[in-house]
Design a protein. Sequence first.
Lengths: 313, 428, 271
Amino acid sequence: MAVTSTAAPRRARAARGGPLERQASRLFWPFVGPALAFYALLFLAPIAYAAWTSLYKWDGMGAMQWRGLGNYQTLLDDQAFHYAVTNTVKILVVGGVATFAISFLLTLALREMAGKMFARSVLFFPCLVNALVFGIAAGFLFGPTGPVNKMLNLLGIDAVPKWLSIDNLPAMIIATIVWTATGYYTTIIMAAVDQIPTYLYEAAELEGANAWQRFRHVTLPLSWEVVSVCAVLWTVSSVKVFEIVLLFGGGATVSSAPIQTWTTAMYVYYSAFPGSSVPKLGLAAAAAVVSLIMVGVFVLILRRMMRRERVSL
Amino acid sequence: MRAPKVLAAGVVAALALTACGGDKGTTEEKGGQFTYWSMWKENEPQAKVIKAAIDKFQAETGTKVTVEWQGRDIRTKIGPAIAANKAPDLVENGFDVISSLLASTGQARDLTPVYDSEVPGEGKKVSDVIPAKYLDAMPKDPDGVTRWIVPYVLNSAMFYYNKADADLAKTPATWDDFVKLCETLKAKDKACVASDGDNTWTNFLFMDYLLVRDNGPGTMGKIVNDKTGAGWDQPGVLETAKRIEAFVKAGHILKGYDASKYPAQQTNWATGKAAFHLDGTWVPSEAQKNLASGFKVGEFAVPTTAGGANTELDIIPLGFAIPKRAKNPEPAQKFIAYFLKKDNISGISTEAKNITPRADVPAPEELLDAQKLLTDSPSRLPIDGVSGDYLDKALFPAFSELWLGKATAEQFITKAKEGHLAYWKANG
Amino acid sequence: MRRIGHTIVWLLVVADLALLAWIFVTSLRDTQSIFNEPFGLPVPPQGGNWAKAWADGGFSGAAINSVGVAAVSSLVAVALAAPAAYALARRRTRTSNALTMTFALGLGVPGQVLLVPLFVGLAAVELTDSFIGLTVVYIGLAMPFTVYLLTGFFAGIPVVLEEAAAIDGASGLRAFVKVVLPVARGGLITAFLLQFIGAWNETLFAIALMTSDDKITLPVALVNFVGLQQYAGRDWGTMFAGICIILAPMVALFSWLGTRIIQGMTVGIGK
C-alpha cells in the first residue's frame, strides 16, 4: 500500500481533497465496521429481541408460549409495576426539577468564589461512586438510633423523622439521587455559564437589572442549549436507576427491596431474576420495552417544552 | 485496520479457549463427579461442616465434588443457570425457594430413591431418620411429588426470650396471657416485642400464626388460592386483624420499629431492650455476638387463642435438591444420604448451631426448647407454603401498613383484598 | 446574599468530604463500638476489618476481577470506537450521518432493555458466568458513548494534519495511526478512563450474569456481603472496609486525573 502511493503526492495537491476523500471513503467501512458490528450485535439486535420476547410467556427453562400483548396487560394490572412507573416518573420529574434548580443555584454561588475549582471537584465526585454505597450508608446514617437522629437529639429535637419507614423511602432515594447528581450537572452548567461574555452582565447591570433579572435574561437563555441536552441526559439516567434501590438502607432481603421503592429497572431485574418465584422473562422484556418507550416519550415532551421556552425569549 | 484485526483474532481465540475450557470437567473418575452450589459462604460454620463431609466423601468414594460457595444470592442464580443449561448437580436452599424455583415448575428431581436408600453405615433408611410429618407438609410439584427436598436443617419460627429474666419466668400459654404480660412489662417501662419495620416476612408471622390459631389449619392458603378474594371477607380473618391492630395500638412493640432496618431492632432485643422476639430459629446464632451478658436464650410457641385447639408450629426445612437437568444426579444423591450420617450432620448442630431434622441429634443448647416443640407439635408451613411474588406484591404492602399502625384492621382487609384481586388478575 | 451562597457551597463540600472520611474511619472500627457510638474515632484502629473484607468477604478476588474486566473492556471499546469515530467525523455523507445518529440513539437506551436478551444470548453460546461474556457486554454497552465522545473529539482535530501526511505519501491508515492517533491521545485516554469508571461501577449486568464466587466483580461482592449478614448478623466494620475497597480506586483516579475526568464527562455535552 505504502509503495503504490509514493508516486502520487505532488499531483494530489491540484485535485484538492480528491485523494483524501477517496482514502476516507475506502477506509470508511473497515473503520466503522467492527464498532458497528459490536453495536448491532449487543445493542440493536437485543432491543428487537426484547420486543419479540415481550410477546411470550417464558420462564427461560421450558418452551415459550405466545401471549400476544398479555404481558403488557399484566403490567397494567400489576401493583408493583404501578409503583415502579410512579417512582421512576417521580425521580425524573421531582428529582429533575430539584437537581436543576440546585445546580443553577450552585453555579451562581460558585461563580466568583475563591477555591471554586476545588469545591466543584468535591461536589462532582459522588457521581463516580457506585450508588450501592449510598444506599448502604443511608441505612446506617438514618437508622432510628443512627448518627443523624442522635445529632438531632443533641440539638434538642426529640420527634425525629422516621427516615427509613417504607412511606419515606422513595423520597429518601430521590433526595440521595439529587445529592449525587447535582455536582455533575453543576459542572456542565458551570462550563456553559463560563462561556457567557462578562460584558453582557455588565451591560445588564448598567441597565439596572437585579440578580434575578440578570439570571433570567442573560444566564438562562445563553445556557439553554446545554440545559436542554442535560435534561435529556437526566431522563435517560433516571429511567436507569437501579443500584441505589437494590440496597437502600442495607435492606433486609437483598433480592427484594420493598416494592414501594421499585423503579422500572428494578422491576425488570426482579421479574427476570426473582428470589423465590419462577423467572418471567417475557414480562421482564415487556417492562423493559415500556421503559424504553418512557425514555422516548419524555425526550419528545422535553424537546417540545424546551423549544417553546426558547421561542418565548 | 491492523489493530482491529488483531483484536478480533484475539477475541475469537479467547472465545474458542473458553469454549474448550468449559468441558474439561468430564474426565472419567472412579466415583464419578458432581457440582454442588451451596447457599453458604466458605467461611460460614455450615460451610465448614459440609466441607469436612465432602472431603471424607471424596476420600471414601473417589467421587470428585466441585463446590461453589454461592451464598444467599444462589436463589437468584439457580433459575438462570438452568435456563442457560448450566444447572449444578446439587443445590440447597430453604424449602420455599426450592419449591417456587424448581419444584413448582417441575424442574426438581424426585428424591424418593434417596429416602429409600440407606444412611451409610447406620442400617437405617433415610426415611427412618427424617420424620415424615416434616415432608408431607411440602407443596406438591406438578407430578404430585413432595419428596423433592432432603432437609439437613429444620428451622422453625417462635418467640425467643431471656430465661434469666425474672419478669419472664412464666411463659404465656394463651394470647390473652401474652397481652397481659406485655401490659405488666409496660408498667415496668419495658418493651414487649422487638420488630424491624422493614422485615415484613418476619412481622407477618404474628398474623400468620394468629390466623391459624383463630380460624384453623390452612386458613392462609385457602385465602390466597380463592381467586374471588372471598377468603378475605371471612369474619374470623377480620377478628385476627383486629388482634394485630389492638396489639400495635397498645404500643407493645419496641419504639422506633416503624423506621428501622433489619437487624437493628433484633440487635436491640439481644441487648435487652425488649422482652420477646418472634422470628426464625436462626435468631439465637445471629444475635449471638450482641447478647447482653447473662442472657440465656429460650423459646416458646406463639400462644393459642380462644378454643386453644390449634398448636401447629411452623417448619422451615432447608436442604438439598437436584435439578432435573443435572448431568450427574447419581453421585449427588449418594452424597445426600452420606451427609445425613449422624457424625456428619451433627456438626450442623454443634458447629453451625442449627436444629437438624434428626430427632436423635440434640439441638444446640439455646435451641433445646425449640427442638422439643418441633417434636411435640403438629407441623405446618409458614404462610401455608405461599411464597414468591404474591407476598411481595399483594399481601405485604397491605400488611406493613397494619403493622406500622397506618391502617386499621378494616382498611387492611380492604387493601389486602384489592392487592389479591389485582394479583390474580395479573397472574391468573 | 453572595456570602450565604458561599457558605452553603462550603457546607456541602465539607459534608461530602466528611462522609468519605467517616466511611474510612468507620472501616477501622469494630461493629459493637460503631453501633454504640457512630461518630467515635478508631482507638485502636482495627486493621482487622480490612483483612477480613479482603480475605473472608471475598473482596480480594472480586477486586482483581473488577480491574481485569474494566481494563480489558475499556481498552477494546476504545480500540473499536476510535477508528469508527474517526471515520464518522471525517466523512460527512448521508450514510455517515445516519450512522452517527444511530450510535447516538444508543445513549437513550436504558440498560435494563438489554438485560433479558443479552442473558438469553450469552446463555445460548455458554458465555454466562464468564469473564469474556461480561467483557463483551461492557464493550457493547460502551459503544454509543465512546463513539459519540470520540467523534466530537476527532472533529476538533484539523484536517490539515492528514493533508500534510498525504502529501508526504502516507496512506489513510498510516496517517490515522501515525499522525491522528498521537494527537488524539488525550481524547483516547479520557474515553478509556470514563469507560473504566463505568465498568467498575456497573452492577445490573454483573449481578445478573456472574454466578461463580471466583468470577464476581466488586459491586456483586458487596451485594453478596450484605446478603450474607442476613443470617450471620450485621458486621458494619467489615462492610465499610469493603465499601472502601470499591471507593479507593475512584478516589485515587479522581485525585490524579480529576480534571480530565470532569472534562470528559461534561465538555462534550456543552458543545
